[in-house]
Design a protein. Sequence first.
Length: 437
Amino acid sequence: MLTAFARAFKTPDLRKKLLFTLGILVLYRLGAHLPVPGINYRNVQTCYDQAKGGSGLFGLVNMFSGGALLQITIFALGVMPYITASIILQLLTVVIPRLEALKKEGQSGQAKVTQYTRYLTVALAILQGTGLVAVARSGALFGNCSVANQIVPNQSIFTTVTMVITMTAGTCLIMWLGELITDRGIGNGMSILMFTSIAAGFPSALWAIKLQGKLMGGWLEFSLVILCGLAMVALVVFVEQAQRRIPVQYAKRMIGRRSYGGTSTYIPLKVNQAGVIPVIFASSLLYIPALLVQFTNSRAGWATWVKSNLVKGDHPIYMVTYFLLIVFFAFFYVAISFNPEEVADNMKKYGGFIPGIRAGRPTAEYLTYVLNRITWPGSLYLGLIALVPTVALVTLNANQNFPFGGTSILIIVGVGLETVKQIESQLQQRNYEGFLR
Protein backbone atom coordinates (compact mmCIF):
# COMPACT_ATOMS: atom_id res chain seq x y z
CA MET A 1 0.00 0.00 0.00
CA LEU A 2 2.87 2.39 0.79
CA THR A 3 4.35 1.54 -2.62
CA ALA A 4 1.06 2.48 -4.26
CA PHE A 5 1.08 5.83 -2.43
CA ALA A 6 4.62 6.46 -3.65
CA ARG A 7 3.57 5.64 -7.23
CA ALA A 8 0.60 7.97 -6.92
CA PHE A 9 2.90 10.87 -6.00
CA LYS A 10 5.32 9.96 -8.80
CA THR A 11 2.52 10.36 -11.38
CA PRO A 12 2.53 14.10 -12.33
CA ASP A 13 -1.20 14.70 -12.91
CA LEU A 14 -2.25 12.54 -9.94
CA ARG A 15 0.30 14.28 -7.73
CA LYS A 16 -1.16 17.67 -8.70
CA LYS A 17 -4.65 16.48 -7.77
CA LEU A 18 -3.49 15.14 -4.41
CA LEU A 19 -1.53 18.29 -3.54
CA PHE A 20 -4.44 20.49 -4.64
CA THR A 21 -6.81 18.53 -2.39
CA LEU A 22 -4.40 18.78 0.55
CA GLY A 23 -4.09 22.55 0.00
CA ILE A 24 -7.87 22.99 0.08
CA LEU A 25 -8.05 20.94 3.28
CA VAL A 26 -5.44 23.19 4.92
CA LEU A 27 -7.52 26.27 4.03
CA TYR A 28 -10.64 24.57 5.37
CA ARG A 29 -9.02 23.78 8.71
CA LEU A 30 -7.63 27.33 8.92
CA GLY A 31 -11.13 28.77 8.51
CA ALA A 32 -12.38 26.47 11.29
CA HIS A 33 -10.19 28.42 13.75
CA LEU A 34 -10.93 32.02 12.67
CA PRO A 35 -13.50 33.52 15.09
CA VAL A 36 -16.59 35.35 13.90
CA PRO A 37 -16.42 39.14 14.47
CA GLY A 38 -18.47 40.24 17.45
CA ILE A 39 -17.66 37.45 19.94
CA ASN A 40 -15.35 37.36 22.94
CA TYR A 41 -12.95 34.63 21.89
CA ARG A 42 -11.42 34.23 25.35
CA ASN A 43 -14.82 33.53 26.94
CA VAL A 44 -15.67 31.12 24.12
CA GLN A 45 -12.49 29.14 24.76
CA THR A 46 -13.20 29.08 28.50
CA CYS A 47 -16.68 27.65 27.95
CA TYR A 48 -15.45 25.25 25.25
CA ASP A 49 -12.83 23.78 27.59
CA GLN A 50 -15.45 23.37 30.32
CA ALA A 51 -17.74 21.58 27.84
CA LYS A 52 -15.00 18.96 27.25
CA GLY A 53 -15.00 19.07 23.44
CA GLY A 54 -18.64 19.78 22.83
CA SER A 55 -20.76 17.09 24.41
CA GLY A 56 -24.45 17.79 24.66
CA LEU A 57 -27.23 18.84 22.33
CA PHE A 58 -24.94 20.38 19.72
CA GLY A 59 -22.40 17.54 19.72
CA LEU A 60 -23.44 16.07 16.35
CA VAL A 61 -23.33 19.39 14.47
CA ASN A 62 -20.09 20.30 16.24
CA MET A 63 -18.57 17.01 15.05
CA PHE A 64 -19.53 17.72 11.42
CA SER A 65 -17.94 21.18 11.68
CA GLY A 66 -14.69 19.83 13.13
CA GLY A 67 -15.22 21.63 16.46
CA ALA A 68 -15.88 24.97 14.72
CA LEU A 69 -19.52 25.27 15.88
CA LEU A 70 -18.89 25.57 19.61
CA GLN A 71 -15.91 27.86 18.94
CA ILE A 72 -18.18 30.11 16.81
CA THR A 73 -15.80 30.50 13.87
CA ILE A 74 -16.50 31.59 10.30
CA PHE A 75 -16.94 27.91 9.35
CA ALA A 76 -19.13 27.21 12.40
CA LEU A 77 -21.99 25.75 10.35
CA GLY A 78 -19.65 23.41 8.48
CA VAL A 79 -21.10 21.13 5.81
CA MET A 80 -24.40 20.53 7.61
CA PRO A 81 -26.46 23.08 5.59
CA TYR A 82 -25.31 21.49 2.33
CA ILE A 83 -25.94 17.95 3.60
CA THR A 84 -29.41 18.93 4.82
CA ALA A 85 -30.22 20.66 1.53
CA SER A 86 -29.06 17.64 -0.48
CA ILE A 87 -31.20 15.28 1.60
CA ILE A 88 -34.24 17.57 1.31
CA LEU A 89 -33.88 17.80 -2.48
CA GLN A 90 -33.50 14.03 -2.70
CA LEU A 91 -36.68 13.53 -0.69
CA LEU A 92 -38.58 16.15 -2.71
CA THR A 93 -37.60 14.39 -5.94
CA VAL A 94 -40.02 11.61 -5.02
CA VAL A 95 -42.83 14.09 -4.25
CA ILE A 96 -42.44 16.83 -6.89
CA PRO A 97 -42.78 15.60 -10.52
CA ARG A 98 -40.74 18.55 -11.85
CA LEU A 99 -37.67 17.52 -9.84
CA GLU A 100 -38.11 13.90 -10.89
CA ALA A 101 -38.22 14.99 -14.53
CA LEU A 102 -35.03 17.04 -14.07
CA LYS A 103 -33.32 14.03 -12.56
CA LYS A 104 -34.11 11.99 -15.67
CA GLU A 105 -32.79 14.67 -18.06
CA GLY A 106 -29.19 13.67 -17.44
CA GLN A 107 -26.37 16.14 -16.96
CA SER A 108 -28.38 19.31 -17.73
CA GLY A 109 -31.13 18.34 -15.31
CA GLN A 110 -28.62 17.41 -12.62
CA ALA A 111 -26.99 20.83 -13.03
CA LYS A 112 -30.33 22.51 -12.27
CA VAL A 113 -30.89 20.30 -9.24
CA THR A 114 -27.39 21.21 -8.02
CA GLN A 115 -28.25 24.90 -8.45
CA TYR A 116 -31.42 24.44 -6.39
CA THR A 117 -29.32 22.69 -3.74
CA ARG A 118 -27.02 25.72 -3.56
CA TYR A 119 -29.92 28.13 -3.10
CA LEU A 120 -31.42 25.96 -0.39
CA THR A 121 -28.02 25.69 1.29
CA VAL A 122 -27.78 29.48 1.54
CA ALA A 123 -31.31 29.69 2.98
CA LEU A 124 -30.56 26.99 5.56
CA ALA A 125 -27.24 28.65 6.43
CA ILE A 126 -29.04 31.94 7.16
CA LEU A 127 -31.60 30.10 9.29
CA GLN A 128 -29.05 28.03 11.21
CA GLY A 129 -26.69 30.99 11.59
CA THR A 130 -29.48 33.09 13.09
CA GLY A 131 -30.36 30.28 15.47
CA LEU A 132 -26.72 29.83 16.53
CA VAL A 133 -26.26 33.55 17.20
CA ALA A 134 -29.51 33.66 19.19
CA VAL A 135 -28.45 30.68 21.29
CA ALA A 136 -24.97 32.19 21.86
CA ARG A 137 -26.46 35.55 22.90
CA SER A 138 -28.81 33.92 25.40
CA GLY A 139 -26.02 31.85 26.94
CA ALA A 140 -27.76 28.54 26.18
CA LEU A 141 -24.93 27.33 23.93
CA PHE A 142 -22.90 26.49 27.05
CA GLY A 143 -25.43 25.92 29.79
CA ASN A 144 -22.99 25.20 32.63
CA CYS A 145 -20.44 27.91 31.85
CA SER A 146 -20.09 30.90 34.18
CA VAL A 147 -19.33 33.33 31.34
CA ALA A 148 -21.82 31.91 28.82
CA ASN A 149 -23.83 35.17 28.82
CA GLN A 150 -20.70 37.17 27.94
CA ILE A 151 -19.83 35.35 24.69
CA VAL A 152 -21.44 38.12 22.61
CA PRO A 153 -20.70 41.37 24.49
CA ASN A 154 -22.34 43.68 21.93
CA GLN A 155 -25.86 42.42 21.20
CA SER A 156 -26.87 45.16 18.76
CA ILE A 157 -28.73 44.38 15.55
CA PHE A 158 -25.71 45.36 13.42
CA THR A 159 -23.42 42.91 15.26
CA THR A 160 -26.00 40.12 14.99
CA VAL A 161 -26.49 40.67 11.25
CA THR A 162 -22.73 40.79 10.72
CA MET A 163 -22.27 37.45 12.52
CA VAL A 164 -25.04 35.78 10.51
CA ILE A 165 -23.70 37.10 7.18
CA THR A 166 -20.16 35.98 8.07
CA MET A 167 -21.23 32.43 8.89
CA THR A 168 -23.43 32.24 5.79
CA ALA A 169 -20.52 33.42 3.64
CA GLY A 170 -18.35 30.78 5.32
CA THR A 171 -20.86 28.09 4.36
CA CYS A 172 -20.86 29.32 0.75
CA LEU A 173 -17.06 29.23 0.75
CA ILE A 174 -17.10 25.65 2.07
CA MET A 175 -19.52 24.69 -0.70
CA TRP A 176 -17.21 26.26 -3.30
CA LEU A 177 -14.14 24.52 -1.86
CA GLY A 178 -15.97 21.19 -2.00
CA GLU A 179 -16.86 21.70 -5.65
CA LEU A 180 -13.24 22.63 -6.41
CA ILE A 181 -12.06 19.34 -4.90
CA THR A 182 -14.64 17.43 -6.95
CA ASP A 183 -13.60 19.13 -10.21
CA ARG A 184 -9.83 19.40 -9.80
CA GLY A 185 -8.92 17.11 -6.91
CA ILE A 186 -9.53 13.55 -5.76
CA GLY A 187 -12.90 12.21 -4.60
CA ASN A 188 -16.17 13.90 -3.74
CA GLY A 189 -15.39 17.34 -2.33
CA MET A 190 -18.07 17.63 0.35
CA SER A 191 -17.41 14.09 1.53
CA ILE A 192 -13.68 14.83 1.82
CA LEU A 193 -14.39 17.98 3.86
CA MET A 194 -16.75 16.03 6.09
CA PHE A 195 -14.06 13.36 6.51
CA THR A 196 -11.54 16.04 7.51
CA SER A 197 -13.90 17.64 10.04
CA ILE A 198 -14.55 14.35 11.82
CA ALA A 199 -10.94 13.12 11.68
CA ALA A 200 -9.73 16.43 13.16
CA GLY A 201 -11.43 15.59 16.45
CA PHE A 202 -9.96 12.10 16.79
CA PRO A 203 -6.60 12.98 18.48
CA SER A 204 -8.16 15.19 21.16
CA ALA A 205 -10.97 12.70 21.84
CA LEU A 206 -8.53 9.80 22.21
CA TRP A 207 -6.23 11.79 24.47
CA ALA A 208 -9.21 12.86 26.60
CA ILE A 209 -10.04 9.18 27.16
CA LYS A 210 -6.44 8.59 28.24
CA LEU A 211 -6.58 11.51 30.70
CA GLN A 212 -9.92 10.33 32.13
CA GLY A 213 -8.70 6.74 32.52
CA LYS A 214 -7.78 5.34 35.90
CA LEU A 215 -6.08 2.03 35.03
CA MET A 216 -2.33 2.14 34.35
CA GLY A 217 -2.45 5.91 34.02
CA GLY A 218 -5.23 5.72 31.45
CA TRP A 219 -3.19 3.70 28.96
CA LEU A 220 -5.33 0.59 29.45
CA GLU A 221 -8.53 2.43 28.52
CA PHE A 222 -6.69 4.07 25.64
CA SER A 223 -5.53 0.68 24.31
CA LEU A 224 -9.01 -0.82 24.67
CA VAL A 225 -10.50 2.06 22.66
CA ILE A 226 -7.90 1.59 19.91
CA LEU A 227 -8.60 -2.16 19.72
CA CYS A 228 -12.34 -1.51 19.70
CA GLY A 229 -11.85 1.04 16.93
CA LEU A 230 -9.87 -1.38 14.76
CA ALA A 231 -12.52 -4.08 15.23
CA MET A 232 -15.28 -1.62 14.29
CA VAL A 233 -13.39 -0.46 11.21
CA ALA A 234 -13.06 -4.08 10.07
CA LEU A 235 -16.78 -4.67 10.69
CA VAL A 236 -17.81 -1.50 8.86
CA VAL A 237 -15.57 -2.29 5.87
CA PHE A 238 -16.99 -5.83 5.70
CA VAL A 239 -20.63 -4.70 5.79
CA GLU A 240 -20.15 -1.66 3.53
CA GLN A 241 -18.57 -3.87 0.87
CA ALA A 242 -21.22 -6.60 1.23
CA GLN A 243 -23.83 -6.77 -1.53
CA ARG A 244 -26.40 -9.09 -3.03
CA ARG A 245 -25.86 -9.48 -6.77
CA ILE A 246 -29.06 -10.07 -8.73
CA PRO A 247 -28.14 -11.79 -12.05
CA VAL A 248 -29.56 -10.18 -15.19
CA GLN A 249 -29.55 -11.75 -18.65
CA TYR A 250 -30.09 -9.71 -21.82
CA ALA A 251 -31.62 -11.45 -24.82
CA LYS A 252 -30.04 -11.18 -28.27
CA ARG A 253 -31.59 -8.66 -30.66
CA MET A 254 -30.97 -8.25 -34.37
CA ILE A 255 -30.81 -4.63 -35.54
CA GLY A 256 -30.06 -4.65 -39.26
CA ARG A 257 -27.22 -7.11 -39.76
CA ARG A 258 -25.78 -6.71 -36.29
CA SER A 259 -26.58 -8.68 -33.17
CA TYR A 260 -26.92 -6.87 -29.86
CA GLY A 261 -27.37 -8.21 -26.32
CA GLY A 262 -26.86 -11.74 -25.17
CA THR A 263 -24.70 -10.56 -22.26
CA SER A 264 -24.91 -11.31 -18.55
CA THR A 265 -24.60 -8.75 -15.78
CA TYR A 266 -25.95 -8.17 -12.29
CA ILE A 267 -27.70 -5.56 -10.12
CA PRO A 268 -25.61 -4.87 -6.98
CA LEU A 269 -27.85 -4.35 -3.94
CA LYS A 270 -25.78 -3.25 -0.95
CA VAL A 271 -26.61 -4.57 2.51
CA ASN A 272 -26.35 -1.01 3.82
CA GLN A 273 -28.18 0.68 0.96
CA ALA A 274 -29.07 3.79 3.01
CA GLY A 275 -25.53 4.62 4.15
CA VAL A 276 -25.21 6.96 7.13
CA ILE A 277 -28.39 8.96 6.43
CA PRO A 278 -30.67 7.00 8.86
CA VAL A 279 -28.26 7.76 11.72
CA ILE A 280 -28.29 11.48 10.86
CA PHE A 281 -32.10 11.52 10.60
CA ALA A 282 -32.57 9.70 13.91
CA SER A 283 -30.05 11.90 15.76
CA SER A 284 -31.62 15.10 14.42
CA LEU A 285 -35.13 13.96 15.30
CA LEU A 286 -34.13 13.07 18.86
CA TYR A 287 -32.54 16.51 19.32
CA ILE A 288 -35.82 18.34 18.57
CA PRO A 289 -37.67 17.62 21.88
CA ALA A 290 -34.60 18.52 23.96
CA LEU A 291 -34.09 21.75 22.00
CA LEU A 292 -37.75 22.71 22.50
CA VAL A 293 -37.41 22.21 26.25
CA GLN A 294 -34.19 24.21 26.33
CA PHE A 295 -35.58 27.16 24.38
CA THR A 296 -39.01 27.30 26.05
CA ASN A 297 -37.80 26.60 29.62
CA SER A 298 -41.10 24.82 30.17
CA ARG A 299 -41.81 23.02 33.46
CA ALA A 300 -44.81 21.07 32.19
CA GLY A 301 -45.12 17.32 32.54
CA TRP A 302 -43.95 16.61 29.00
CA ALA A 303 -40.86 18.80 29.47
CA THR A 304 -39.95 16.95 32.68
CA TRP A 305 -40.37 13.61 30.92
CA VAL A 306 -38.16 14.75 28.02
CA LYS A 307 -35.44 15.95 30.43
CA SER A 308 -35.54 12.63 32.26
CA ASN A 309 -35.65 10.26 29.30
CA LEU A 310 -34.56 11.92 26.02
CA VAL A 311 -31.61 14.10 27.01
CA LYS A 312 -29.14 11.67 28.54
CA GLY A 313 -27.71 9.27 25.96
CA ASP A 314 -27.28 6.45 28.47
CA HIS A 315 -30.98 6.29 29.39
CA PRO A 316 -32.68 3.02 28.25
CA ILE A 317 -35.65 4.85 26.68
CA TYR A 318 -33.27 7.08 24.70
CA MET A 319 -31.27 4.08 23.50
CA VAL A 320 -34.33 2.07 22.44
CA THR A 321 -35.93 5.07 20.70
CA TYR A 322 -32.68 5.87 18.90
CA PHE A 323 -32.30 2.27 17.71
CA LEU A 324 -35.92 2.01 16.47
CA LEU A 325 -35.68 5.36 14.64
CA ILE A 326 -32.53 4.21 12.83
CA VAL A 327 -34.24 0.98 11.71
CA PHE A 328 -37.32 2.92 10.54
CA PHE A 329 -35.34 5.54 8.58
CA ALA A 330 -33.20 2.83 6.99
CA PHE A 331 -36.31 1.23 5.45
CA PHE A 332 -37.80 4.66 4.67
CA TYR A 333 -34.74 5.93 2.81
CA VAL A 334 -34.27 2.69 0.86
CA ALA A 335 -37.94 2.82 -0.17
CA ILE A 336 -37.62 6.34 -1.62
CA SER A 337 -34.13 5.99 -3.13
CA PHE A 338 -34.56 2.65 -4.94
CA ASN A 339 -37.59 2.15 -7.17
CA PRO A 340 -38.00 -1.56 -8.08
CA GLU A 341 -40.77 -0.81 -10.61
CA GLU A 342 -38.57 1.66 -12.50
CA VAL A 343 -35.67 -0.81 -12.55
CA ALA A 344 -37.98 -3.59 -13.79
CA ASP A 345 -39.38 -1.35 -16.55
CA ASN A 346 -35.90 -0.37 -17.72
CA MET A 347 -34.84 -4.02 -17.81
CA LYS A 348 -37.93 -4.94 -19.83
CA LYS A 349 -37.37 -2.05 -22.22
CA TYR A 350 -33.84 -3.22 -23.09
CA GLY A 351 -34.66 -6.92 -23.17
CA GLY A 352 -33.24 -7.84 -19.79
CA PHE A 353 -34.65 -10.38 -17.35
CA ILE A 354 -33.73 -12.15 -14.14
CA PRO A 355 -33.35 -15.92 -14.76
CA GLY A 356 -36.43 -17.72 -13.45
CA ILE A 357 -38.42 -14.47 -12.98
CA ARG A 358 -40.87 -13.11 -15.54
CA ALA A 359 -40.25 -9.57 -16.80
CA GLY A 360 -42.44 -6.70 -15.59
CA ARG A 361 -44.39 -6.81 -12.34
CA PRO A 362 -42.97 -10.17 -11.08
CA THR A 363 -39.47 -8.72 -11.44
CA ALA A 364 -40.43 -5.63 -9.39
CA GLU A 365 -41.97 -7.83 -6.69
CA TYR A 366 -38.86 -10.00 -6.58
CA LEU A 367 -36.56 -6.96 -6.26
CA THR A 368 -38.77 -5.58 -3.45
CA TYR A 369 -38.63 -8.93 -1.65
CA VAL A 370 -34.83 -9.16 -1.89
CA LEU A 371 -34.39 -5.52 -0.90
CA ASN A 372 -36.51 -5.94 2.23
CA ARG A 373 -34.59 -9.09 3.20
CA ILE A 374 -31.16 -7.44 2.98
CA THR A 375 -32.31 -4.13 4.53
CA TRP A 376 -33.09 -5.85 7.83
CA PRO A 377 -29.47 -6.83 8.65
CA GLY A 378 -28.28 -3.48 7.27
CA SER A 379 -30.62 -1.48 9.53
CA LEU A 380 -29.77 -3.59 12.60
CA TYR A 381 -26.06 -3.11 11.86
CA LEU A 382 -26.54 0.68 11.67
CA GLY A 383 -28.41 0.70 14.96
CA LEU A 384 -25.74 -1.33 16.76
CA ILE A 385 -22.90 0.80 15.38
CA ALA A 386 -24.70 4.00 16.40
CA LEU A 387 -25.12 2.76 19.99
CA VAL A 388 -21.38 2.30 20.50
CA PRO A 389 -20.84 5.87 21.84
CA THR A 390 -23.67 5.31 24.33
CA VAL A 391 -22.14 2.05 25.56
CA ALA A 392 -18.75 3.77 25.80
CA LEU A 393 -20.37 6.58 27.79
CA VAL A 394 -21.47 4.05 30.41
CA THR A 395 -18.41 1.76 30.51
CA LEU A 396 -15.50 4.18 29.96
CA ASN A 397 -17.15 7.39 31.20
CA ALA A 398 -16.29 8.95 27.82
CA ASN A 399 -17.99 11.98 26.32
CA GLN A 400 -20.83 11.89 23.81
CA ASN A 401 -18.42 12.28 20.89
CA PHE A 402 -16.74 8.90 21.39
CA PRO A 403 -14.25 8.77 18.48
CA PHE A 404 -14.87 5.24 17.15
CA GLY A 405 -18.62 5.08 17.01
CA GLY A 406 -21.83 5.90 15.25
CA THR A 407 -21.85 8.49 12.55
CA SER A 408 -18.13 9.27 12.69
CA ILE A 409 -16.83 5.77 11.96
CA LEU A 410 -19.38 5.20 9.18
CA ILE A 411 -18.41 8.42 7.40
CA ILE A 412 -14.67 7.96 7.95
CA VAL A 413 -14.63 4.42 6.54
CA GLY A 414 -17.14 5.13 3.74
CA VAL A 415 -15.36 8.22 2.42
CA GLY A 416 -11.97 6.57 2.84
CA LEU A 417 -13.02 3.54 0.80
CA GLU A 418 -14.48 5.62 -2.03
CA THR A 419 -11.43 7.91 -2.20
CA VAL A 420 -9.01 4.97 -2.24
CA LYS A 421 -11.04 3.33 -5.02
CA GLN A 422 -10.82 6.49 -7.14
CA ILE A 423 -7.05 6.74 -6.66
CA GLU A 424 -6.73 3.03 -7.42
CA SER A 425 -8.72 3.31 -10.64
CA GLN A 426 -6.46 6.11 -11.86
CA LEU A 427 -3.39 4.07 -10.95
CA GLN A 428 -4.69 1.04 -12.80
CA GLN A 429 -5.16 3.17 -15.92
CA ARG A 430 -1.41 3.65 -15.84
CA ASN A 431 -0.65 -0.07 -15.44
CA TYR A 432 -0.05 0.11 -11.69
CA GLU A 433 -1.35 -2.44 -9.26
CA GLY A 434 -3.20 0.05 -7.03
CA PHE A 435 -4.05 -0.22 -3.33
CA LEU A 436 -6.46 -3.14 -3.18
CA ARG A 437 -4.84 -6.41 -4.25
